[in-house]
Design a protein around this ligand. Structure first.
Ligand code: DC
Length: 222
């Protein structure tokens, strides 16, 4: 029997991460935060003094990432790279910008492909990213493209980062989100675009609970 996958794709700030986690918890499925792998690649490249435009070297780093997704002693989730806790660094805006740059390198995407597919394990997987439905898990049981207006996405991101104690400006975040959307949707390899068979879900003005419930209802109908 093939392991069911629910692919949740969409631009940054659409709420994908939070929604994917809720849906995975409700279904008892595994979770893949594919963006974290691109973020970790950018961090690993920096740690090894590799320029992000050195495509072959960055792809080599991506294929050899030594990552651990685990929990801290207090129960919160964490990410370790070469046994160093990078949980905070992974979420930084500068890491996101680096991730967007390395994500545009076809060899990097290729290097991360099998690693992402390895997350497909029983009883099921909720995968969040940009190309989960269109490339990585084309046979996903359910494909969702989650959107929200650019303004709302910037405001959500602002709140998220502020809550984590980071010093950010809303104007800078809005510019950053627009730049990143443009780069992610205009790149030639795996651009940010809904899979032809994806259901579009606009989360603007909707609570996390409402959006997660819409998805769970769709799953129940399958
Ligand atoms: O979802 P995120 O903000 O963690 O993603 C970071 C960057 O990685 C984002 O600019 C796009 C890229 N990415 C991608 O190209 N493909 C994915 N499946 C996930 C993320």
């Amino acid at each position: 029997m093939t392991v069911p996958v629910i692919a949740i794709d969409g631009p940054s700030g659409s709420g994908k991460g939070t929604i994917a986690r809720r849906v995975a918890e409700a279904l008892g499925y595994h979770l893949l935060d594919s963006g974290a792998l691109y973020r970790l690649t950018a961090i690993a490249a920096n740690n090894n003094s590799i320029a992000l435009d050195d495509k072959q070297a960055v792809a080599r780093i991506a294929s050899k990432l030594n990552v651990r997704f685990d929990t801290h002693e207090d129960g919160s989730e964490g990410i370790w790279l070469d046994d160093v806790d990078v949980t905070f660094e992974v979420r930084r805006e500068s890491t996101g910008a680096g991730a967007s740059t390395v994500a545009a390198i076809p060899e990097v995407r290729e290097a991360l492909l099998e690693r992402q597919r390895a997350f497909r394990q029983a009883p099921g997987l909720v995968a969040d990213g940009r190309d989960m439905g269109s490339h990585v898990f084309t046979s996903a049981l359910l494909k969702i493209f989650l959107t929200a207006s650019a303004g709302e996405r910037a405001r959500r991101r602002y709140k998220q980062l502020k809550d984590k104690g980071m010093d950010v400006s809303l104007a800078a975040l809005s510019r950053d989100i627009e730049d990143r959307d443009r780069r992610d949707s205009e790149r030639s390899v795996a651009p940010l675009r809904p899979a032809p068979d994806a259901r579009i879900l606009d989360s603007s003005g909707k609570s996390i609970e409402t959006v997660a419930q819409v998805i769970l209802d769709w799953v129940a109908e399958l």
